[in-house]
Design a protein around this ligand. Structure first.
Ligand SMILES: Nc1ncnc2c1ncn2[C@@H]1O[C@H](COP(=O)(O)OP(=O)(O)O)[C@@H](O)[C@H]1O
Ligand SMILES: [Mg+2]
Length: 460
């Protein structure tokens, strides 16, 4: 060996030592890595990658599933976090950065848990872990570390993640399955009224909670028998559901409410939703619904018994922008059919123009099993409407005949507005508040110069 060979060898050995030392330092001097590896009992390099990816709106359920898991297996477990600029990286990537002792190695350290909030109802919310880890164990006692990461929405990410760190893949997968099961068991969406929307700047699908309407049957004025027919079709008892199942009959129902605007289709749906307090409800409207149809039907199946309300379905029936043959409406009808006969999912569709729907519905029968017209109010209904909306006012109506007769052909919402106008008149010109005031308000509404207002309100 000549001298230059010896120098080269010495240099190579020195480099090797430095690399080895750096790697060891990265690991050994990181309390973050320590905390994980000492729990798992194996180096991080031997950890298989098991991750559960979920849509960002499932974050709250992920938290619930993990919390339930911890409560069962390691109730005293405490969360820890990672300090440093997290950017795009997953927890595993951050740990890898520390391990390899790369340029960023000092960046990630044991730190506090990041939290964010998530809704659990129309007026309630809860804290969820945005980035955090926790040491726990599999049902058989083998050690596992869970890492929860919310969607990094400022980076346009649409999914949240659960990473499972365990010495072997089977253990990690078992814990993942158990957490998924617990998520479904503790699902916050069950029994709620929900609507899909898109966050403007984040492009994320958002599932928002709506308050459940509370209407009484007496709030809905329809010809005798109509409301009970609709109600009987949709509100089915548990015993009936069981009987249908035993006799091998499908459970899914499809209701179509049609009629002119302002006759009370939405009002009727709101009444049904107040009656179906046990059901999960999805409200879809406009073209926006189309983007979320798949996600909605999947959730409806999962959260059954459930109701999917598609308002003003003629709006999508009209859309021919996609290609021939109105695929938007067909997509809806396909989804309605594809829901599966075992699923207890009811579709409630409303439309102002049933004629736009008819072709599609007859071409694909079986999706709608009850179509009910919500008609303009007859004389009897107009009187009931007058009295219903006058009830909260000082209006005295010993007789309403004159107004009832003069309002032939108007919609229910027109009558509601008429009472409001009468109240305004009464406020402007105090005096006896009786049928004459209503009649005068009607004359005003009917006046020529108000044609547009009148039409918008559903006058003749
Ligand atoms: N049949 C009805 N009985 C009682 N109120 C009604 C009825 N129809 C309409 N209304 C009133 O008019 C409002 C508008 O009606 P809506 O249900 O939105 O009509 P549609 O959905 O048929 O266009 C309702 O919120 C309700 O206050
Ligand atoms: Mg409506």
């Amino acid at each position: 060996m000549n001298e230059s060979d010896a120098t080269a060898l010495a240099r190579a050995v020195k480099e090797l030592f430095e690399t080895a030392q750096q790697t060891l330092r990265g690991a050994a001097e990181s309390p973050l890595i320590d905390r994980i590896t000492s729990h798992l009992g194996c180096p991080l390099t031997e950890i298989p990658n098991v991750t559960l990816h979920l849509p960002s709106f499932e974050h709250v359920n992920l938290q619930r599933g993990v919390d339930a898991y911890l409560a069962l297996h390691t109730p005293t477990a405490t969360w820890f976090g990672i300090a440093g600029n997290k950017g795009f990286l997953t927890v595993m990537d951050m740990l890898a950065e520390v391990m390899t002792g790369s340029a960023y190695s000092g960046t990630y350290q044991l730190g506090a848990v990041d939290y964010t909030t998530a809704s659990t109802g129309p007026t309630t919310s809860t804290e969820v872990v945005q980035l955090g880890l926790v040491c726990t164990s599999a049902p058989d006692g083998r050690p596992v570390v869970l890492a929860v990461q919310g969607a990094r929405e400022d980076h346009g990410e649409e999914r949240c993640h659960l990473q499972l760190l365990a010495a072997d893949r089977a253990t990690a997968a078992e814990v993942r399955n158990e957490i998924e099961r617990l998520m479904r068991e503790h699902d916050v969406f069950r029994g709620q009224v929900l609507s899909f929307g898109v966050s403007e700047h984040r492009h994320n699908q958002l599932l928002t909670f709506l308050p459940r309407p509370s209407l009484r049957a007496s709030d809905v004025v329809l010809p005798d028998g109509v409301l009970s027919l609709i109600e009987k079709h949709v509100v089915r008892s548990v015993t009936q559901t069981e009987a249908l199942r035993t006799h091998g009959q499908h459970l899914k129902r499809g209701l179509l409410l049609y009629g002119q605007p302002g006759t009370g289709k939405t009002h009727t749906v709101r009444y049904l939703l107040s009656r179906l307090s046990e059901c999960t409800v999805f409200v879809l409207s406009g073209m926006a619904m189309f983007r979320h149809l798949r996600a909605t039907t999947a959730l409806a199946r999962r959260l059954a018994p459930s109701v999917v309300v598609v308002e003003d379905v003629d709006l999508i029936a009209e859309d021919r922008s996609r290609s021939e043959g109105n695929p938007v409406l067909f997509e809806l009808l396909n989804e309605m059919d594809g829901i599966g006969s075992e699923a207890d999912v009811t579709f409630v569709l409303t439309t102002n123009r049933v004629e736009v729907m008819e072709g599609a519905l007859t071409q694909r029968p079986g999706r709608i099993d009850l179509a009910v017209e919500v008609p303009k109010p007859d004389g009897d209904c107009r009187e009931r409407l007058l009295r219903l909306y006058a009830a909260s006012t000082p209006l005295e109506l010993p007789s309403a005949d004159r107004v009832v007769e003069a309002t032939e052909g108007v919609t229910a919402s027109f009558i509601k507005e008429l009472v409001r106008r009468a109240v305004l008149r009464h406020i402007d010109e105090p005096g006896p508040f009786d049928e004459t005031v209503v009649h005068d308000a009607l004359a005003e509404l009917m006046a020529e110069r108000q044609t547009l207002t009148r039409n918008i309100l559903g006058g003749r």
